[in-house]
Design a binder for this molecule. Structure first.
Ligand code: ATP
Ligand code: MG
Length: 178
């Protein structure tokens, strides 16, 4: 639909994390046939919105703005999973309480504005490859601890070459001190 954009909220990665993911996935890249995500496209989805009419953007901007202040937040990625239905390989981990709280607050605000929200329990996942059919022989890696600093409202353009993601709006996360 021309008057819509395919959107999602995500935590934006920093270059250090992108570099680590590229490095740790290097041995897997050599042995698996799948479509590896370009490093600049890596993101941690918080809520997928689907096609959103342009006139709803201000509501989403207000919601993003309202979420800028967060509890101290650290995510640990410690395993590689194959999700067979979407055929993705992703780095996953537990959902720490501040992240679960952030996703719950976002979902609540989206639902209050009439957006359809995810019913499956939230799983933090960094999709690193698509069209994946198996795990590498050795899927182990040194766990990665990460402190997110940026909330993004992202547009996905699957119809364009390279299926780019554009950050429509980004907010620096301000961490509340305890
Ligand atoms: P786009 O299609 O615009 O690139 P995406 O939704 O495919 O975005 P990801 O957030 O990386 O991007 O999700 C990868 C896949 O994992 C998607 O098919 C998504 O539906 C699925 N997924 C996301 N969250 C869950 C969950 N909690 N449980 C099961 N599958 C999930
Ligand atoms: Mg998808």
């Amino acid at each position: 639909m021309a008057n819509c954009a395919r959107l999602f909220f995500a935590l934006g990665l920093d270059q250090g994390l992108r570099d680590r993911i590229v490095a740790l996935s290097q041995p897997w890249r050599a042995s698996l046939r799948c479509r590896w995500m370009a490093p600049e496209k890596l993101h941690l989805t918080l809520a997928f919105l689907g096609d959103v009419p342009f006139d709803r953007f201000p509501v989403l901007e207000a919601i993003g703005q309202s979420l800028r202040l967060v509890e101290p937040l650290s995510v640990q990625f410690d395993r590689l999973e194959l999700w067979p239905r979407p055929q993705v390989l992703c780095l996953t981990g537990e959902t720490p309480e501040p992240l679960g709280g952030l996703v719950a607050e976002l979902s609540r605000k989206l639902a209050a504005e009439g957006f359809a929200v995810e019913r499956r329990p939230y799983r933090p996942h960094l999709t690193i490859a698509r069209h994946a059919h198996r795990l590498p022989t050795d899927p182990s890696f040194a766990p990665i601890g990460w402190r997110p600093r940026k909330l993004d409202l992202v547009e996905s353009r699957p119809e364009l070459p390279g299926a780019p993601y554009d950050d429509l709006k980004s907010w620096c996360l301000d961490v509340l001190s305890d």
